[in-house]
Ligand binder design. Structure first.
Ligand SMILES: Cc1cc2nc3c(=O)[nH]c(=O)nc-3n(C[C@H](O)[C@H](O)[C@H](O)COP(=O)(O)O)c2cc1C
Length: 234
């Protein structure tokens, strides 16, 4: 990307946030995780620039900080969250110096005053988790990452969530457990069994599928997913 393209992309983020808020959304989440464009600027493995947007930590966080600042200027910092995936290698990303760049970025985002930080982070025993917690005084949301391509734990991720909460996360954002269990909160609250994730077609591919059963779909919900449900009665 040229510097001109970077500037116009920063403006695009702000314009998109304005449209979302005008359309009635309470806020927007800037996505700087999981190997997408902003994450690619953070990572040494993908950012080979030699200008003000590449090289040092201060340079590599610049694009993300400019985007979040522009969005916050447009809709207010209290309407902006940011998603990061510190150290995650999904989609071929290699940050290289996560322990340096992550706290620097979190500190810069905190200066902007955005509403919350949302991290894709599995292991709260890693010292980096506490570094993030110390650098981020406001709401910290953690996505536990229960294992790509492997079955969900039988407890639906409850233990993983509780570890993150005990380590200082404020909220938990389960992903795949919700896809398989639309009533996940109720299941976790009552200790009801969780449906397994159906990996086939998970990434929106393959044949049409039936809705995931909820605890309200009676006896049949005790059978593991996948199964046939009367969608006309859901
Ligand atoms: C079907 C599907 C689509 C996803 N789409 C995105 C996406 O567009 N952007 C993203 O950052 N993560 C995406 N993810 C990753 C999830 O946000 C989450 O980080 C990941 O599934 C790990 O959390 P989990 O174990 O609770 O599911 C997706 C995951 C699944 C299963």
């Amino acid at each position: 990307m040229t510097v001109e393209e970077i500037r116009s992309t920063v403006a695009d983020f702000a314009a998109a946030a304005r449209k979302a808020v005008d359309a009635g959304f309470a806020g927007v989440e800037v996505h700087a995780a999981n190997g997408y464009l902003l994450h690619q600027f953070l990572a040494e493995g993908t950012n080979h620039r030699t200008d003000a947007y590449g090289g040092s930590v201060a340079h590599r966080i610049r694009f993300v900080v400019e985007v979040v600042q522009a969005v916050a200027d447009e809709v207010g910092p209290d309407r902006v969250g940011v998603r990061l995936a510190p150290g995650l290698t999904v989609n071929g990303i290699e940050e290289g110096d996560t322990e340096d760049i992550c706290p620097a970025l979190v500190t810069a985002l905190n200066d902007i005053g955005s509403a919350y930080l949302h991290i894709v982070f599995a292991d709260p025993a890693q010292p980096l988790f506490q570094d993030i917690r110390k650098a981020w005084p406001r709401t910290l949301i953690a996505n536990p990452v229960l294992g790509w391509g492997s079955p969900l734990p039988a407890d639906g991720g409850r233990h993983a969530a509780e570890r993150l909460l005990a380590a200082g996360a404020d909220l938990i954002s389960p992903g795949r457990p919700f896809l398989a269990n639309p009533d996940l909160v109720e299941r976790l609250r009552t200790g009801a069994p969780v449906n397994p994730v159906r990996e086939e077609g998970l990434m929106y591919t393959g044949a049409a599928r039936t809705a995931a059963p909820t605890t309200r779909t009676s006896r049949a919900s005790r059978r593991p997913w996948p199964r046939r449900v009367r969608t006309d009665r859901l």
